[in-house]
Write a protein that binds this ligand. Structure first.
Ligand code: MG
Length: 394
């Protein structure tokens, strides 16, 4: 079997201009096709990832045997030159391509991808409602008032979730977005964050879980300040308290804050996670299959984490292909903790991108038993967006 042509979609959603999932669909001479997604659907980088997929396709994919996932992964790593230096663009492209090849493999062999990863360890996956500061609804909002945080949590609870995630520090009292929270917080700042968290705790009761998200906005000192709130409201974990540019920062936070630390959505492959596992500064690792290297690498990252008793919550903030990929991985790993269901995953403009629509039911979600990933692009929708087709090597 050989790869004949590769389609790359840089999706545009008119209702949400800053949302750009990047899909790849790989075709073979035997008719089987596979889809994958790059993990750069939000903020900057999607068009770079789409172009990187195109360059890899033009240099390595056409005529290649799609079953040779390990071989291709290492070729992409080394023959791209930049793969050996890391970074989101090259790894997002490698991840999307690798995911699509596993989809092809599953379809041709007649088994779901989770079977190829080792079979079913987890059947029903516990899911949480992610990013309540944007509300939990089909419309996107920026919440500022603590009462609204409580109401968003109530909506998630009404759908059957028993765990929610919130970033209470992204917006200030006026609704301004902060991309940096490294300057020491005043008592007024801390009171606002605490009131938002209290509203959620009161809405969900003492037994349900809250994940405290920081998006790497704080510095070490402000992360430790926020850690007091995470402890006070008995948060399930404290996510991305600091940035990844210096791994020693996580270690300092982990030593001072008595809540499990989560991180990993901006780390690539085994080498990227190594310092955090070795110094045991991360309790919950959050690899994104669309960024850390696709299934080929994500499975290895999860097994490596298991050596350190580190739990896995795959990071998912993308189109339905990304969600489906996460479900297959999470089904097959013993150290799975919980599945992230992002507020973008419930938006109509995202759900319509594929023919299947993976959504939790009563707070639980399952990988499908159909061959491959079990998801197909909705051509009626995706063909409206820019598409590039590669059908020959350069
Ligand atoms: Mg996050």
């Amino acid at each position: 079997m050989k790869i004949t042509h590769v389609e790359i979609f840089d999706i545009e959603c008119p209702q949400r201009p800053v949302w750009n999932p990047v899909f790849v669909r790989i075709h073979t001479d035997e008719g089987a096709t596979g889809v994958g997604e790059a993990g750069l659907a939000y903020d900057l980088g999607h068009s770079a990832a789409a172009h990187m997929i195109q360059e890899i396709a033009e240099n390595m994919l056409i005529g290649f045997d799609p079953f040779q996932t390990e071989n291709l992964w290492n070729r992409m790593l080394r023959e791209s030159f930049w793969g050996l230096g890391g970074g989101p663009v090259i790894y997002a492209a490698m991840s999307a391509i690798d995911t699509a090849l596993w989809d092809i493999k599953g379809k041709v062999l007649g088994v779901p991808v989770y079977q190829l990863l080792g079979g079913k360890v987890n059947d029903q996956l516990r899911a949480y409602a992610s990013q309540l500061q944007f509300d939990w609804d089909i419309e996107f909002s920026r919440l500022t008032n603590p009462d609204d945080y409580g109401k968003a949590a109530e909506k998630a609870m009404a759908e059957g979730y028993d765990c929610v995630k919130v970033d209470p520090i992204m917006y200030d009292a006026q609704g301004e977005t902060h991309f940096q929270r490294t300057k020491l917080f005043s008592n007024t700042d801390m009171r606002l964050f605490r009131e938002r968290m209290r509203a959620i705790r009161e809405a969900i009761g003492p037994d349900n879980d809250i994940i405290f998200e920081c998006h790497s906005l704080p510095g070490v000192s402000t992360a430790v300040q926020l850690g007091e709130i995470a402890e006070e409201f008995r948060c399930f974990y404290f996510e991305e308290p600091v940035n990844y540019l210096n791994s020693e920062l996580h270690k300092k936070v982990a030593d001072k804050v008595k809540v499990p630390i989560a991180a990993g959505e901006r780390l690539y492959n085994r080498h990227g996670v190594r310092p955090y596992l070795q110094d045991q500064s991360v309790d919950v690792l959050q690899p994104d299959i669309g960024l850390c290297g696709g299934f080929t690498e994500a499975k290895k990252v999860c097994d490596y984490a298991d050596m350190y008793d580190v739990q896995i919550q795959a990071h998912v903030c993308g189109g339905p292909v990304a969600t489906m990929a996460a479900l297959h991985l999470e089904t097959a790993i013993p150290n799975f903790l919980i599945h992230e269901h992002h507020t973008y995953a419930i938006k109509p403009w995202n759900r319509e991108l594929c023919l299947q629509d993976p959504q939790p039911n009563n707070g639980m979600i399952q990988a499908p038993d159909t061959p491959g990933l079990g998801i197909e692009l909705n051509d009626e929708i995706v063909m409206r967006s820019p598409r590039v087709v590669v059908n020959s090597l350069k």
